[in-house]
Write a protein that binds this ligand. Structure first.
Ligand SMILES: *Cc1c(COP(=O)(O)O)cnc(C)c1O
Length: 373
């Protein structure tokens, strides 16, 4: 990759992360142990609720659904405009992801979701697209009305605040991702946040092959020899190497968050006078953005513009190809999703990461404006 290429996203790794990884390697205990326990402690302080660390965000969603008892024959409402991870996590349990349309702020539309309720609907998975959460009061009221579990796909929303409360600090179950480009990274990784003790217990066991209370043993540097297994489990635990990176990243998070918010505000300002570039509307005083997405109504040469921007040293992307377009998740019986179908072709994601400069943002905005004018 060329040095002066403006990347769409990237990890920001410093000496602290490198030293922390070396520390784990020196101690020669690489699996799940004291670093993971410590990462869970600092995350629980951050969220104000218990946290279970796992191998990635997809596993966090999968284990949360499983812990809610969701499986074969069940249906889960989910917006089609999300990373395929949300859909795969649902189908991994044997349940069916029911693709829903979005509202004017690109989040699951509860009115549309309501039309898709059946006797098998057990849960809703709102996706906090770009980091915004919309009106969660309405969402939780809807979920309560139909007795649905709420598994928030909060992969984009680490640090976002709703009604003066951090996402993850309230609600039913929130799942975060720490993959390489998210608001913080642990290499790969993810976590489940909830205060539902039954869910926590099930998730802790299920991440270690369903071995009952294996987590307690490993945090003491021990292993389970005489054990029982009472449910389907997976090898979804986090390693000490990953946790060591995550602990250092969480310390740097306030700076990362501020920078992401500043850059997103700057983009908003630069596009404010441009009639044909509509940023996804977010309030960056409370939203910590993972990606910065604009809608360009009527654009019909998106891949051409993507190519031309790359020639100018700018990487852009599309988040996300709707899941109901994918072969595996097509569902002829599900009603069409006109808003998602119409909007996705007009969406473009612009570079956003904490090492981007104001000069970079100005350059990206001006090159995009030139190309579409
Ligand atoms: C990143 C992401 C996930 C999954 O996280 P991984 O850690 O990559 O498995 C889930 N949903 C959304 C919307 C994401 O962006």
């Amino acid at each position: 990759m060329s040095d002066n290429l403006i990347r769409l996203s990237k990890s920001c790794i410093g000496d602290a992360e490198k030293r922390a990884v070396m520390g784990v390697l020196d101690r020669e205990y690489l699996g799940m142990g004291s670093e993971v326990q410590q990462f869970e402690e600092v995350l629980s302080e951050f969220f104000g609720r218990p946290t279970v660390c796992v191998i990635n965000g997809t596993a966090a969603l999968h284990l949360s659904l499983q812990a809610c008892g969701i499986g074969v024959g069940d249906e889960v409402l989910v917006p089609s405009l999300t990373y395929v991870a949300s859909f795969q996590a649902i189908s991994a349990t044997g349940a069916k992801p029911v693709a829903c349309d979005i509202n004017e702020i690109y989040l699951i539309d509860c009115d549309d979701a309501e039309k898709r309720i059946t006797k098998n609907t057990k849960a809703i998975m709102p996706v906090h697209y770009t980091g915004g959460v919309g009106n969660l009061d309405i969402l939780y009221r809807f979920a309560n009305k139909y007795n649905l579990r709420v598994i928030e796909d909060a992969a984009h929303a680490l640090g976002t605040v709703y009604n003066s409360q951090r996402v993850g600090s309230f609600g039913d179950i929130s799942c975060f991702s720490f993959d390489g480009i998210k608001n913080i990274t642990s290499g790969e990784g993810g976590c489940i946040v909830t205060d539902d003790e039954a869910i926590l217990k099930k998730a802790r066991d299920a991440r270690l092959l369903g071995v009952v209370k294996d987590t307690d043993k490993r945090y003491l540097g021990e292993r389970s020899w005489d054990f029982d297994t009472t449910a389907q489990g997976w090898r979804f635990h986090m390693s000490n190497i990953m946790a060591a990176i995550g602990i250092e990243q969480l310390k740097r998070f306030p700076k990362f968050a501020k920078k992401r918010q500043q850059l997103a505000k700057q983009y908003d300002n630069l596009f404010s006078s441009h009639l044909n570039i509509h940023p996804v509307p977010r309030n960056y005083d409370t939203v910590v953005p993972h990606i910065y997405v604009v809608r360009i109504p009527g654009i019909n040469n998106k891949s051409d513009i993507k190519k031309k921007l790359l020639q100018k040293g700018i990487m852009v992307g599309y988040h996300y190809q709707p899941n109901h377009w994918l072969n595996f998740f097509q569902d002829k019986k599900n009603a069409p999703l006109p808003i998602t179908d119409n909007i996705f072709p007009e969406l473009m994601s612009l570079p956003l990461h904490p090492e981007l400069t104001k000069i970079n943002v100005k350059y990206v905005a001006s090159e995009l404006i030139k190309l579409i004018s």
